[in-house]
Design a protein around this ligand. Sequence first.
Ligand SMILES: *Cc1c(COP(=O)(O)O)cnc(C)c1O
Length: 356
Amino acid sequence: MNLDDLPIRADLRGKSPYGAPQIDVPVRLNTNENPYPPSPELVADLAEEIRRSAGDLNRYPDMDAGDLRADLAAYLGHGLAAEQVWAANGSNEVIQQILQAFGGHGRTALGFEPSYSMHPIITTGTNTEWIKATREEDFSLDPGKAVAAIGEHRPDIVFLASPNNPTGTAQPLATVEAILDAAPGMVVVDEAYTEFARQGTPSALTLLPRHPRLIVTRTMSKAFAMAGTRLGYLAAHPAVVEALLLVRLPYHLSTLTQTAARVALRHRAELLGTVDALRQERDDTVRWLRDKGLTVADSDANFVLFGRFPDRRAVWEGLLARGVLIREVGPPQWLRVSIGTGEEMAAFRAALEGIL
Ligand SMILES: *Cc1c(COP(=O)(O)O)cnc(C)c1O
């Protein structure tokens, strides 16, 4: 028997699952993780806290994750309180809950492509219709066109990743506000990479007091160097959080996850301490690629989109053959490299020079 023989939903037939290849090579620069592992001190503190909470593992976790949400609110600042924060197993689960509460059959979600591939995947997975709007040639958004697309389609949800994946493009707050003013429903600003943004790129969190239908999503998977923990979160009006309580599974966030995330927040100085170095490495990478005559998108994230290669697959395979795994993603002819350590980026440069 194979998949086609099963009585699977018609709209899932022929689809491919999300899949960044997990290949064991010396230099992995393909999923935008922070390359720096936690220190022995952090690991020891984490082990001790997990040991302590393990004594209660016969009990369900705090289903509202109250302590964690209070810690996250304090970390975010902007006067936010625990009632305005929600957390789940990665921001992908947060996004799924948003779609379960505000999308669904007969409803639509709109995004500006090229953008994060999980937005349409989760949208269609929750029986919501995906509407594809577009970006400019340089991957920025023209606010007038964005507002026009929203006016034409009247989507229930608008997704805006800023900084955007896979292009690295951040949007000015004026564009976010224009979208908020035009959108009839919820607006999700996905700030997975916001910690890497260049100076003077404000967070959409500053817009929350004036815009009750705004949701800002964040993650510990990128700058926070905790991708393995699976912890994503959002900030929004308390009523939005109440809506998400209607669709979340009971006890979705395990005791171990809540504990690990709280320890990570306590060690945020260490975890976020690598962000400056990664930004520097990113800017150096952009400069180096441009010096090689390549086209490179401006990046406010921990990755760089570069091209253009008539046969990008050949370049991707050439790098892989040299032990460097990057990502074949985004518009045709472009490739994305995540920013690793100085050593890893030197290996990337050497491998790419061997191909060019
Ligand atoms: C990586 C990424 C996420 C994070 O996903 P998690 O489930 O939190 O690991 C969310 N949005 C964008 C745009 C991303 O690139």
